[in-house]
Each structure stands twice: as C-alpha cells, then as structure tokens.
Design a protein. Structure first.
Length: 472
C-alpha cells in the first residue's frame, strides 16, 4: 500500500490499527500497535521509539550483560523506529490492520544502528549498488504443523505433540489436502498481505510443509520473510494450531530448511522501476537490468560469467568465517546429518541436492541456491553474509573449488562446523568476518551466539535425565 492509500483506508474506517515493527537480532518482529488516527498524526512520518535493550535480550527477553551497544551502565535508552514507507502492507491475517517496517536509528546521531539486522543488509545492498548491481533473492521457508495450540504445546513441554500428518507427504496432494484448512488459508493470508505466493507443498518429514513466495530484491525479500512468519504464527494462534520454524524439532526426521536463492542483475537504468518492486526475470532485459551471472545470449541461452564464478567462489570461501549468520542457534547444527537433505560439507554442484551450494536455472534465471540455512535463520543476516561474501569474491576474483560430482555426503568434502560454539569461535576470531562486516557487528553477534552456547551448556536436558537419573 502507498501512504495515501493507507490514509484513505484509515479515514474511511476500514483500517484502525497500524503495526510499526522492526526485526530484532534473532529475526523476530518487535514493535507497537498504533491507533490509526494517531498514526496519521504522528507515526506515519515520525515513527516511534523503542528501548535499545531489545537488541541485547535473550529468547526469554532477559537483558544480557556484555554488549557495547546497550547495557546497564548506559541506562538502556531509546532508539528511533524510523518508518520505511515502501514497506506498508495490509495485515491479511487480521481485520482492520496494516503493518509497516521500520529501521532502527540512533536517537542522537539519527544514523542507522550499525548492529541492527536491517541496517546490516542495507549496507550490503548499498555496496552492491556502488558496483552497479542489484541482488535478487528468495528464501524457501519450511515448517512443521501441529494440531496442538501454542498454549497446549507449552503446557506439554513441547513433547508428544499431535503432528498434522501421519506419514511423509513430500509432494503428496492427498495428504497435503488434509492441512489445507491451515496452509490454504496461509496462502490467502499472505496474498492479502501483498506477499505474492508461488506455491505450497508437503515436505520430506511428517507434518512438514513449505510455502514459497516470489523472489524480490534481497531487502524486500527479507522483509517478506519476517512478515510471513509473523502472519503464519498469528494465523496458527487464531486456528488453535501451531507451526514451528525450528531447524530440527524432531531428531528422527529431516529438519526444516530455508534455502537462499541469489542472483545479481545490472541495476535498472535511471527512471526505471526500482528494484524494491520485485521485477520478474523477463523484465530485466527490457529495463536494462540483465543478469550479471550470464553472458550475452547465444542460441537463446547464456553462458555463466566470470562474475558468477567469482561470486560463488567468494560466497563459499567465507562460509567458515560467517557460519553463525546462516545457522544461528544450538539447534541449527543438529540439522546437518548424513543423507538428511541438509548438507554436511562445503561443495557445489549443478542441480544436486546433496551439496551445500546448488546451481539451478539457466539464462536470466541462473542463480545460486545455498542450502546451509535452516528455518531458524535471520534472513537479514543470512542475505547480508551471502552478499558480502559474494561481492568480495567479485572484487578479488576468488575462484570456487572444482564442481563436486556425485554424492555430497561422500568422504573428501570439507566438513561444516558441527556446533554453534565451534562456528562462533571461528567467527569471532576471523579477520575476514571483521573486514567484511565490521568489528561492531562481529563483536555484537559473537557475544550473542556465545551467550546462547553458555546457556545451553548450563541446561540439564530431558536426554540427560532419561540417561542418568536411575542408571548412573
């Protein structure tokens, strides 16, 4: 929606609430619900404010000491939630509401908060623009559906939940039809929220599904991703069911992925439609935004370019340095299992689902699919890591390793980190990570990840009780 369209709906009484939201450091949407008329008087241009502790809390909303950005000594002041007028959309999951995303700005300097996820990705899209490039992307988000409500699941300790399915339903239309009450409504909800849906399908685990939305410029895609998750959770709450975006909610089944697809195009010519509008691949040639990944067309198709190869090389080269930005939780690393459809090593191949990087498409649709992130990833950080790495590859002409042919789970493929702790140690010590993202970003997120590891190490789990309570 445009600001004028939103104003007309508020004045006409069809919208009475505007949600001002921003993504926090773990990718959750935080913010406030404003009365519609107050929003027109103040929020539309001025936005609102929020406590800066929100970029330092853990999952339980407890303030964590040790951050330079915000702490007890500095008094936990406010930051400015600056509205991005290009992000206004209807809340298709509830009546009478719209949502607008905001950037986090420092109250004193009015500059973007450097460690805010949206700021980090915006810097990388600006770096691409300086090279005359626009990054287009998509994130394929998988999830599990349960017939228990969120409150009921909490009361059960998230154990023994009733799955929405009872056998693996990958591509099964019949079994998929049984969850159309939720998944079908989710598609319609996203469409009403101006998030264009391509398809939904059953996935490779019991009760697991995927909804794909159309690709867009990467910042717009990350926005779609977080609004989609919020919409789907609120819809589940309204229906008395629950959906989980954990990477690995069930140790006996495949986990939920969030495959990232990225391509680069030449930035549209002056006066053309901007990249935030999410042009289709066929539009690029017409508007001067042809793919950077393919050369001039030959016999109706194009050949991969040096830039394609260097982008892939840089992306792969920096994975070990930036791994926690793709896999940010303890649970993320339990998804990487042999023959699980999630990669266990660092390799690339054409149309091969056993490697971490899969090359798909041809001509203008040629793109790189990264299969490392799980559904728990923060899309702003994952896209930023990918873009920073790939652009570094282009600048420095980093070559990828030879293409892996065959089973990506076979011996000889460089392994991925197996724990968040190991990945965080490499990230914190990496000169490349600091060069690409800055010391402030690396220090902030390394502290967040290491704090999560410390909390996990201190926890006593059900597995330990079952194993040791009686028999040790």
């Amino acid at each position: 929606m445009s600001p004028d369209e939103l104003r007309a709906e508020i004045e006409g009484g069809t919208i009475d609430t505007v949600v001002l939201a921003f993504p926090d450091h773990v990718g959750r949407l935080m913010g406030k619900r404003l009365d519609g008329r107050f929003f027109l008087d103040s929020g539309l241009r001025a936005g609102t404010h929020a406590c800066d502790y929100l970029f330092t809390v853990d999952m339980e909303m407890e303030p964590v000491e040790g951050y330079a950005y915000a702490n007890w000594e500095r008094g936990y002041g406010d930051f400015h939630m600056a509205p991005d007028l290009a992000t206004i959309r209807r809340c298709g999951w509830t009546e009478g509401a719209a949502i607008m995303l905001c950037d986090a700005h420092d109250n004193s300097t009015h500059e973007p908060v450097a460690i805010a996820p949206r700021s980090i990705l915006a810097r990388e899209t600006a770096a691409a623009a300086e090279l005359g490039l626009t990054a287009m992307g998509a994130s394929e988000l998988e999830f599990f559906i349960y017939r228990d409500s969120y409150r009921a699941a909490h009361a059960k300790g998230y154990r023994d939940l009733e799955s929405a399915g009872w056998y693996v339903e990958d591509y099964h239309l019949f079994q998929g039809a049984r969850v159309e009450d939720y998944v079908g409504e989710a598609r319609r909800t996203l469409d009403r929220s101006e998030i264009p849906v391509e398809s939904s399908k059953g996935e490779a685990a019991i009760g697991q599904h995927e909804i794909n939305v159309r690709y867009a410029e990467v910042l717009d895609m990350a926005d779609r991703h977080v609004v989609m998750k919020e919409a789907m959770k609120e819809l589940a709450e309204a229906q008395g069911v629950s959906v989980s975006f954990m990477a690995k909610p069930d140790a006996t089944q495949p986990g939920s992925s969030c495959h990232l697809h990225i391509s680069l195009s030449h930035s549209p010519k002056s006066g053309d439609v901007g990249p935030r509008s999410g042009p289709s691949a066929s539009d690029f040639g017409e508007r001067g935004g042809a793919s950077v990944f393919v050369s001039a067309f030959v016999d109706g198709d194009g050949r991969p370019t040096d830039e394609f190869r260097w982008f892939l090389g840089g992306w792969m080269h920096h994975v070990p340095h930036l791994m926690p930005l793709y896999a940010p939780t303890i649970n993320s690393y339990k998804r990487y299992r042999h023959q699980s459809w999630a990669p266990t090593g660092l390799a690339w191949s054409h149309d091969n689902r056993t490697t971490g990087f899969r090359i798909v498409g041809s001509g203008q649709s040629l793109r790189i699919e990264c299969r490392l992130p799980g559904a728990d990833t923060n899309p702003y950080l994952a896209f930023a890591a990918a873009l920073a790495s790939g652009l570094d590859g282009i600048r420095n002409e980093i070559e990828p390793p030879p293409e892996h042919v065959g089973d990506g789970y076979a011996a000889g493929v460089p392994p991925l980190p197996t724990t968040l702790a190991a990945a965080t140690d490499t990230f914190a010590d990496s000169a490349d990570a600091r060069r690409l993202l800055g010391d402030d970003v690396v220090d902030h997120y390394a502290h967040f990840f290491s704090t999560e590891c410390t909390a996990y190490d201190a926890a006593v789990t059900d597995w330990e009780r079952r194993r040791y309570f009686e028999r040790i």
